[in-house]
Design a protein around this ligand. Structure first.
Ligand SMILES: [Zn+2]
Length: 261
């Protein structure tokens, strides 16, 4: 399922390939049951340009100084491609923005759980959704105040989009593994140093995944993502990977080096 790194990779593709070009046409693929801009909203974009992008957690935005923003949510399996009009159309294209000069921004979505809409203001959108600070840009103090002050399991705090926007199951497990903290540790029981280490691990994990363009196979072999199986050997100590349900999600961790306090 796409998480923050996929959303950031998609934002970067839009930033690199789709800014400052006049929108000439918007076309739809097979879109039954999908939530996409209606005819009036699509017409509003014709003749305008995207001049900037933004991302908050898993939410992606492309907009201009005065006009509306296009909000793109990747859902379970969505992705963005910016291609030349002469290139073959990818599979499962649901929504395409055609620019002057021949480049086209495609939204692919095999499973149709993604959606696209026009919104007027990104800050209003973020506050209406009740999203916490973005996980890639949150500062140390804000991280300590939101995640570090949680009375429940630290993993649940990492996954709470109200405390921290953009961390999903895989990268919460990876950051906890890297920082030696058990997923079910009570966040308030962790020392300030351990909370700072966790924040650093969250940032390093997300940034490294973003740097691969969210291609998981390019991540180092010692990462937990390649060892998500109970009984697998820990790559950090002599322990063995175990699994446990925390906050309703399956967590993989090493009980030998990941401690509760
Ligand atoms: Zn270990």
């Amino acid at each position: 399922m796409p998480e923050l790194p996929e959303a950031e990779a998609a934002r970067q593709r839009i930033e690199r390939g789709a800014l400052n070009r006049t929108i000439e046409e918007i076309t739809l693929g097979e879109v039954s049951h999908m939530d996409l801009p209606d005819e009036d909203d699509r017409a509003r974009l014709i003749g305008t340009q995207f001049t900037r992008t933004h991302r908050h957690g898993k939410y992606i935005f492309a907009g201009s100084k005065d006009g509306p923003w296009l909000h793109i949510h990747l859902g379970m399996a969505g992705s963005i491609r910016v291609l030349d009009a002469s290139q073959d159309l990818p599979d499962y294209v649901r929504f395409s923005v055609h620019f002057e000069g021949g480049s086209v921004l495609h939204f692919r979505d095999p499973r149709k759980f993604g959606h696209i809409e026009l919104i007027e203001d990104v800050d209003d959108f973020v506050s209406e959704k009740g999203l916490g600070p973005d996980a890639l840009t949150i500062g140390d103090n804000a991280f300590s105040q939101s995640v570090g002050a949680t009375k429940g399991a630290v993993k649940s705090a990492l996954l709470s989009q109200k405390k921290l926007a953009g961390v999903g199951n895989l990268w919460a497990d990876e950051a906890l593994y890297r920082s030696g903290i058990a997923p079910d540790a009570r966040a308030v029981d962790l020392s300030p140093d351990r909370v700072r280490n966790l924040h650093k691990a969250v940032l390093e994990t997300l940034q490294a995944v973003v740097d691969t363009g969210a291609s998981y196979e390019k991540l180092p072999q010692e990462w937990l993502i390649h060892h998500r199986e109970a009984g697998d050997a820990c790559t950090i100590c002599d322990g063995t990977i175990d699994k446990k349900t925390v906050g309703g999600r399956t967590s993989y961790f090493c009980p030998n080096h990941q401690k509760t306090a």
